[in-house]
Design a protein around this ligand. Sequence first.
Ligand code: ADP
Ligand code: MG
Length: 643
Amino acid sequence: MSSLIHLSSISRSYPSGEGELKVLDDIDLRIGQGEFVAIIGASGSGKSTLMNILGCLDRPSSGSYLLDGREVAERGSADLARLRREFFGFVFQRYHLLAEMTALGNVEVPAIYRGLNATSRRDKAAALLGRLGMGGRLDHRPGQLSGGQQQRVSIARALVNDARVILADEPTGALDSRSGEEVLTILEELNAEGRTVILVTHDPNVAALARRVIEIADGRIVSDSATSVDAPGISVPRTEAAGAAPGIGRMAEAFRMAVLAMRAHKLRSFLTMLGIIIGIASVVSVVALGEGSRQQVLENISSLGTNTLQIYPGQSFGDTRSGRVTTLVLEDGTQLARQSYVASVSPSVSSAQTLRYGATEATAQISGVSEQYFDVAGITLTQGHAFDASDVAAMTQDVVIDENTRKNLFPDGNPLGQVFMAGKVPLRVIGVAAIQQRGPGGSTSLTIYAPYSTVQARYLGSTSVSSLTLRVADDVEMSIAQQSVTDFLTQRHGSKDFFIINNDEIRSTITSTTRTMTILIAAIAVISLLVGGIGVMNIMLVSVTERIGEIGLRMAVGARRSDIRAQFLIEAVLVCLIGGTAGVTAALGFGFAFEHFGSSFQPIYSPFSIAAAMASSCGIGLIFGYLPAANASRLHPVAALAA
Ligand code: ADP
Ligand code: MG
């Protein structure tokens, strides 16, 4: 019958300088179920190395290791992790408890990796702690416990997965003699239950408790007090919980650990997030501002209609002479209106005048327009009605005043039907228009809409106009109409002393300009996000280095590499997601402030851009968290525990 543990010609060597350092040399050893074995030897003789191989934390360089009849020397890391969960409970000299967790939490850790559900592992951990005299200390953290108490917590942790073999490497080495004796008594009790106990010590008194003492010197067994006998072992159900639930449980644990780790380093986590916060806040704000300004400009343009052309005297906007160019005249409009490709023409003229009504005086812009202007420009009347074609033909003095003018001249009474003076001309109010422009200054200036014929005859005395707004016939293409208008007017004037603005062109120019700007600024914001991501990676790498001991412990109690990777990846993603949420909140707050400080336009936040921001912060966490998480998962358990 084979023993529980059967080593044949096991060697372990480490590369050292040119050659190799042989730490274990040709070890043959059988340990049976239920034995109590003490391994003694001088410091550096290879005791811990042997224990690590026995506990499947390390692999031998050569030789064969049969555990319960199965060869494990050549297994991969996932198999070794499973064997550690199934067979072994480790008790370390320095306890290796997780400082942020309570006694109960520490004992639960191996059961999480085994896939036990939350209630049963809690009950089991509490029962074990109670049995070891720690029932009153379940919620104490390691820092609040004495050495002997901490070691009892670590023994409870070794038992929570029903380990058949307890591996204790100098378990009393850091304890006073009384606590040490208590720990040894516990180990004896566990052995009496049928568990195999393998104890490393350099204290002969401790070794004397064992029924079998093996002495090691320079990596070889130099004496063995007894031959292996297999006692009838304890039978423990050895099935691992399978299915999705344990996976979710491990994820939940990884999540909880990430929160604990962030809580333990609040300032550092916040500073790490700051890069993400700034990056996300600026991306979301820039996109929202770009969209807001684009929408506003488009709104203003579409109020002019889609199939209209504006004709101005001069060469282009900013032509200083265009104010004095008087070649664009009313007759041009009349002639153009007769062309087949033109639906209608509305001339615009304007003149600044002083208004007088009773004792009130104010300055206003008299805008001479056609009856169609209100439709074309999308002006809505709040009271009364607009003038019509016959008013324009008859040059009546009936006008529409805007809301600002009404407030100025007729603060209390009904303005309709009232007559006021504009310059030397009396005008009668027939309608009130809502304020149209929202631009700076636009909201305070006074505007009066009068028939253009009236403005020309009464104020300007000439037939030149400041612009013609031309509506193209429905079935004619804009570009063709524009070319025809250009040809027609050039012929009439003898030269091209005017310029035409096409609303579609303005719209597409503005759209592409704002899009280019948005992309440019967003690119800068994305760079800041990348910098933020690198910050996250940097801190996560530091965090992995700081927590090497914790990683080693988790591996020793059976965590898979994937568990370790998930834990750090979740931490990175969590940092980024919290940062992303804060960034979006900051951007929304910025938009709120922007609105309240009376800006002419409002940022527009699309759900899509917010979703994209959250997705990209999650992505940053995954991408920049991957390297640190992979580094953590690739650590060697023994090296990590030793750190
Ligand atoms: P013990 O536990 O008996 O005091 P160890 O098993 O820890 O001894 O170590 C045995 C020898 O192996 C020591 O000489 C030590 O320096 C060497 N050793 C242990 N781990 C490593 C390693 N990772 N790399 C190189 N040498 C090591
Ligand atoms: Mg040692």
